[in-house]
Each structure stands twice: as C-alpha cells, then as structure tokens.
Write a protein that binds this ligand. Structure first.
Ligand SMILES: [Zn+2]
Ligand SMILES: [Zn+2]
Ligand SMILES: [Zn+2]
Ligand SMILES: [Zn+2]
Length: 328
C-alpha cells in the first residue's frame, strides 16, 4: 500500500511537469510505475501503467510480489503450521504449509517428563513458531548408581536396590544377590573373646545370628563346628584345651559358603589363663596379670613381683613358687 501511494506521488509530479498534448501514436512512451494492481489468480495480478507524455494506458500480467507476512499460530496439524504471505502490490493473500520447528531435544530442561510405564516416560515438545505440541516418549534414564536400598540382601534372600529415572519420577527395582562386603548386603561377621590355654569352650559373638548357619572355629590344627539354631547373639563352642600361641580362626558358613569372617584383629592366639599357678614362668605371669609395678630379689634365687592391687608372686629359680591374687 505504501508503495502504491509513492507511485501516485511520482506519477503525479511527472504528469504535472510534462505537457500531455503529445499524440499517442507519435509518443515513444515513458511508462509510469504502476499504482494500480488487480489480483487475477493465485499466481498473477494485473498492473496498469500510464504514459507520462501521452496518457496512454497499458496493462501487464505479472506475478505477485509475495512478502512474508506471519505464521498463523493456531492453524496447524501434526506436522505443519501455516505461513501466510501477502502480495505487496495487490494485497492478494496465500498460505503455505511449513514443517514445525520442534524445540531442540538436547535442551531437556525445557521439558516436564511424565512416567508412562516401566520402560518409558513421555514429554511434550512445543513448536517454536506456532502453538503446536507433540508428545514424545523415551526410555527412562538411570544413573549407574542406585539411590535407595529397599531391602538388604541376606545370605539366603536377594536384596532390592531402587534406581530413579533422572528425568521423571519413575523407578526401577534391581534384585541383588548377597555379596560379602557390599553396602547392600547384611554383615555376618563374628567376634570371639580371648582364648586361654585351659579353656574348654570359646565364646563367640554373632553380628546377625541366623538359623541354619554353621559356626566354625579353628584353633591350631583342630576344627570345631556348631550349627546355629536360635537367635542368641552369644554362642559357646566346646573345645579341647589349646596350646599357648595357637592361632584362633573363626568363620560362619551357610550351605558350605562362607558368609561371615572373624573380625578380631587381636585375640587371634591362645593366651594364658588369667589364673597364676605354680610353675609358671615369668613370661607366662606377665601374659596373665600384666607387668608388675615393682620387683625385688633376694638371695637363694627368690624374686618378688608386686602389683598395685596388692597381688604378688614369688618366683623361685624363675618359676612361680607361691602367689597371692588380691582380685579373688
Ligand atoms: Zn506516451
Ligand atoms: Zn499481487
Ligand atoms: Zn509449528
Ligand atoms: Zn523416566
């Protein structure tokens, strides 16, 4: 419209400046810009021109001069939206379909994800030009680590780990077999007290007493077994008197599979009894009562050890001759 108006101005000025008394047949014509267009069909309009000199008129069939107009935001289907163009000369209008330009899928923070089923979530993508939306589905995405232990694995039952989808609130459960040392597996380790050389039983503490498991103690070369039948945390295992310094090892088994180990990093040897008896060496007494607070010697091969609680031991020629135990 604006151009038509300018056309009128220019034509008007030139017409005013040039006399129009020239005979049309003699005129070499100087055609104006057209200011008058008529739409003919979807491809053509007709333009009218006037000669500046003789006022002769001619018409031309010309193609529309399409000018991009706008996207009709509410006219769309699944794949296309509508772009409307207008001829800048005659005002004719045409529309064309144009593929949607869907939001870039890499920018997933655009989206809100909805859980659909075990495998998929859905999200809605928008056309950047019109109001079209489409629903897409994608498989859930899980980090390689789980976010919850729903159930701890035990030696005879699988545990359940829960993974959450990074995008939606979907979760998946993964069943895991018990495996020693993993954070989703129950711990069946065991502990024992000090084993003295004259003991006829050993006391073992079970972290998780479980029926059907078998406690095995190895003391020196001897092996002892006991089947666990209740939920008591403390178990006594009968043994034959062991030798000082023999190694003590414990393990817990279920159907031949080792499920718990000895978590003692001390007390793994047989010690002397806490009772001092005649004939013990100084080394054995030291193991039994600890180091004395004072010692003294006399002639005839006597040595005396004294402790703060009043206990004392008298050694003759290096072995216990008599003693006094203040604690008993
Ligand atoms: Zn002319
Ligand atoms: Zn046109
Ligand atoms: Zn669109
Ligand atoms: Zn998901």
């Amino acid at each position: 419209m604006k151009k038509q108006w300018i056309g009128f101005m220019i034509a008007g000025m030139l017409v005013a400046a040039v006399p129009t008394n020239v005979n049309a047949e003699d005129c070499y014509h100087n055609w104006s810009y057209s200011a008058d267009y008529t739409k003919l069909d979807d491809t053509y309009h007709q333009a009218e021109y006037y000669c500046y000199y003789c006022n002769a008129k001619k018409t031309e069939k010309e193609k529309h001069t399409w000018l991009y107009e706008e996207i009709l935001e509410d006219q769309y289907d699944a794949n296309y939206h509508t772009v409307q163009y207008e001829c800048m000369d005659c005002g004719a209008v045409k529309t064309e379909k144009q593929a949607h330009s869907w939001e870039d899928e890499d920018y997933d923070e655009y989206y809100t994800y909805y859980y659909e089923n075990k495998k998929y979530h859905t999200y809605e993508q928008k056309c950047e030009e019109c109001n079209a939306k489409r629903e897409l589905r994608a498989p859930h995405r899980y980090f390689s680590f789980y976010d919850k232990i729903a159930k701890y694995a035990t030696f005879n039952k699988k545990g359940i780990l829960v993974y959450s989808c990074i995008d939606c609130d979907g979760t998946k459960k993964v069943y895991k077999k018990w495996k020693s040392g993993t954070d989703y597996s129950r711990n069946y380790d065991i502990k024992h007290g000090t084993v003295f050389n004259r003991q006829t039983s050993i006391t073992v503490k079970l972290k998780r007493p479980s029926k059907g498991t078998v406690l095995q103690a190895t003391i020196g070369t001897k092996k002892y077994k006991k089947k666990i039948k209740n939920n008591k945390k403390t178990v006594k295992l009968n043994i034959k008197p062991a030798e000082y310094g023999e190694k003590v090892k414990l393990a817990l088994y279920y159907k031949g599979k080792k499920i718990g180990k000895d978590s003692c990093d001390y007390n793994d040897e047989v010690w002397y009894s806490n009772r001092v008896t005649e004939g013990m060496t100084q080394k054995q007494v030291r193991y039994t009562w600890g180091a004395p607070s004072s010692t003294s010697s006399s002639s005839y091969g006597f040595t005396y050890w004294n402790w703060d609680d009043g206990s004392m031991v008298s050694f003759r020629n290096g072995v216990v001759d008599y003693w006094f135990d203040a604690a008993n």
